[in-house]
Design a binder for this molecule. Sequence first.
Ligand code: PLP
Length: 393
Amino acid sequence: MYLESVDNVMCKDDISLEEFLSISRDVLRRGGVDETVVIDGGSRRVVKNSKLCAVLKRIGVKFIPISYGVSEKVFISLEDLGFFDDIKPSRFRVFMDTEELLYKNWPTPLVRLRNLSSNYMRVWAKLEGFNPWSMSVKDRIGWYMYRKALEKLGKSINLLVEATSTNTGLAIAAMAAIHKSKLKAFIPSTVSKTGEVLLKIFGADVIRSQKSLTIELVNDVEEIAGKEGATHLNQFYNDANFEVHLRYTAKELELQFKEVGIEPRAVFGGLGTSGHLSAISFYFKNRFRGVKIYGVVPAPNTSIQGIRRVESGMRWVHYVEIDDIIEVTPEEAVEGVLEIVRNEGIFVGLSSGAVYVAFKKVVKEEKLSGGDYILIFPDIGFKYVEQILKYVE
Ligand code: PLP
């Protein structure tokens, strides 16, 4: 058995989401792999366990355990595979470009919320608003989907089209700026004026639709992509969305837990495309025993920018376990935001307010037992002044 650098092993990458989940579930549960990827000595092509090889690459290992001719039964831990090496922040925060500023700056902060924590319960917020471009969790997918598309196309991208409720559009616009592409962003009627202006500031052409949900624009955008020869990354169906959160967001949380001795009892997160919470659920359910996952959605017939109801159609949430769905009204979300900023001094977005309120609802109803609780706060509040104005005037 040899540990070969991942760049020197060519494995076929055509596996389905189901296969990816089934193999990565085993790897995460075991905490490693227990057999080698077999290489043909002459051609150096992978001849056995090619799918395992593809999965290992996608979850971000640095080394592939290989053998020649026959498979060897041998256990190699995630640590030895370099699985955690993806998360290597620059200690003195010097970055070679604004793309590195994103991925070499991870992990995003995990901060204890003092006013919700007590002697027996610690509540932690993961602040995705510390991502540098859209100041949201969506920088991760904008970066990763663009990178994957570049890899697949093997040439630069001229024009991108995407349906967005702002954040994904800003993230893709940032990648477009860095790589000299152009973005046409299609926004639903419900996006705020601020969102539209921000997209224009980032250099996107903005097309506002009559339809009220972002996902309702996807088919039209796909058609336009075909006509204009544009690249449609499509955050709603692109598995790079789920994958980046598995490979980075969830993984970095595990490292943060190790740092301070956190044993997560439950995670609360919003559902939009369902990318980040589904990946966190998948990873956590396979790595931490008994952890519960709560999804947060807007109450029926209401809208909170960034999150939406499960029945409006989401891809990954149906492949993972969500213990409960909590509904929050827009008014409650704003109250949540105000409570956070006035207790903790940090101004987070409306979906973060919703996550906070959802946590408080569960505490009240179920009297959660002691331990560590994680709230994923997707973005910053400065974008939502328009929506919050009437509550403070
Ligand atoms: N909150 C905000 C502010 C968002 O922009 C989004 C996604 O657009 C979400 C929550 C939901 O994240 P996900 O798409 O990963 O479910």
